[in-house]
Design a protein around this ligand. Structure first.
Ligand code: UD1
Ligand code: MG
Length: 451
């Protein structure tokens, strides 16, 4: 059965008090919208349609970064959830399969739950995701009649008896595309909010002799975000779960509460993460690597056996091969380090490649930027870069070459050569003592002058 995702994201998010559309606020270093899109990926959707309204241009850009095949449709006026889904009709022309409706501001729905909804679809025309609410508040209520879902009533329109129901509507729906749009056509707006309610399709389906049911999930999965405080709460919840999942998967987190993860962080079994480490977007760490305290990683890959930190910064485009060592106060950007290469102290390596088992001495800097353009530094295998070498790019250093400490390397260094690019040392015997004597007598004279 083919599926299409329709993700509702047109709401203004007034309570965020923000210029940024609500669904683009970051959660675990990814726009909120990415969470719903990613959750839906488990159904291998044939199409993904995002219904945008406020800040549609920004939403479109963000959506395409996550999935370039996603289609964004515009809902110019927010007339209700049924009206929102109706906007996806043209984008779903020619699609024959199931639609699953998700909310862009509900990031925590689990893959298992979506699978359960699709499984229930085999026996029912319409499947709604519900949950037992600890405090049902203003959620829509699911009115069951045996195993059939009779209808959904919005809080505003509910009778006291209906308000007493604790089985609530999450808003997520699964239904055949043709059937869904036919039902939506029949939805009116004669209700307390004057909106076209998507959940009204349940009663309409039952009237037409179709079957409807509810699948339930944990309340936490349906958590919606409306305020900055709820966003912070959701972040904490995400971090807790992600840390827990990593530890279950065999990763050691020495102080889990101090490790910050992104939606897409991948860390292999038996990797060790010390306290106070931040994983920005797009980081993969292989099994058995060690990320030492106070390191910051983003857009990088760390291979098996590598040691990073303490106090290391890996920026986008960093590729560390097996058994590489990156030490304290080292920044790496857009650079590959081959197996066993070491950059242990106080260095900046940017736009570079470093060959296997090469050692980069303390304080080495690749001077990659000339004020206008970026240039590359390529260093071969088993090379030795002396401490405090400035590598003025573009420049290459061959295999087994060396540079002397303090050298400013502006020309290529051939394989096996030793490059020295600093003022030669001179020595003047006794000169230090003479100098001190002169300085001392000067000081004495100045002291007399003042008295
Ligand atoms: C909706 C449900 C309610 C359910 C609750 C769960 C309806 C009528 N009610 O209520 O039964 O318990 O969610 O959280 O559906 N949206 C649009 N365009 C619109 C209106 C909404 O894109 O015209 C989007 C919003 O951005 C949001 C989602 O749809 O992502 C839900 O809308 P919201 O206004 O939050 O609905 P609720 O009143 O919470
Ligand atoms: Mg809501």
């Amino acid at each position: 059965m083919s599926t299409a995702l329709v993700i509702l994201a047109a709401g203004k998010g007034t309570r965020m008090n923000s210029d940024l559309p609500k669904v683009l606020h970051p959660l675990a270093q990814a726009p909120m919208l990415a969470h719903a899109m990613r959750a839906g990926q488990v159904l291998a959707p044939e199409r993904t349609i995002i219904v945008a309204g406020h800040g549609a241009d920004q939403v479109t850009k963000a959506a395409h970064k996550i999935d370039e095949t996603a289609q964004v449709v515009l809902q110019t006026e927010q007339l209700g959830t049924a009206h929102a889904v109706a906007q996806a009709r043209t984008a779903l022309e020619g699609f024959g399969g199931d639609i699953i409706v998700l909310y862009g501001d509900t990031p925590f729905v689990r893959p298992e739950t979506l699978h359960a909804m699709m499984a229930a679809r085999a026996a029912h025309d319409l499947v709604v995701l519900g949950f037992e609410a600890a405090d049902a508040g203003r959620y829509g209520r699911l009115v069951m009649a045996g195993s059939q879902l009779a209808r959904v009533v919005e809080f505003k329109d509910a009778s006291p008896q209906e308000r007493a129901i604790t089985l609530c509507n999450s808003g997520l729906v699964a239904c055949d595309a043709q059937v869904l749009f036919r039902l939506i056509d029949a939805v009116g707006n004669d209700n307390a909010a004057g909106e076209y309610y998507l959940p009204d399709i349940v009663a309409l389906a039952r009237q037409q002799g179709l079957s409807a049911t509810a699948v339930t999930c944990d309340e936490a999965e349906t958590l919606g975000i409306n305020t900055r405080a709820e966003l912070a709460g959701a972040e904490a919840l995400f971090q807790d779960r992600a840390r827990h999942d990593l530890m279950e998967a065999g990763v050691t987190l020495m102080a889990p509460d101090t490790v910050h993860l992104s939606l897409d962080t991948v860390i292999g079994r038996d990797a060790v993460v010390e306290p106070n480490v931040v994983f920005g977007p797009n980081v993969t760490v292989e099994s058995g690597a060690t990320i030492r305290a106070f390191s910051h990683l983003e857009g990088c890959h760390v291979s098996r056996g590598a040691i990073v930190g303490p106090y290391a910064r890996l920026r986008p485009g960093t590729e560390l091969a097996e058994d590489t060592h990156i030490g304290n106060f080292v920044e790496i950007k857009n650079a590959t380090l081959a197996e066993g290469a070491k950059v242990n102290h106080l260095s900046y390596i940017g736009d570079a490649s470093i060959g296997a088992r090469t050692n980069i001495g303390a304080g080495t800097i690749t001077c990659n930027y000339d004020g206008v353009m970026k240039h590359r530094t390529d260093i071969g295998e088993r090379a030795f870069i002396g401490s405090n070498t400035m590598l003025v790019a573009p420049v290459t250093v061959g295999d087994e070459a060396m540079t002397g400490s303090g050298s400013v390397i502006t020309e290529d260094v051939a394989a096996g050569a030793l490059a020295l690019a600093r003022a030669p040392q001179t020595a003047r015997p006794g000169a230090a003592r003479k100098l001190i004597a002169i300085l001392k007598s000067k000081k004495k004279q100045q002291g007399k002058g003042q008295s």
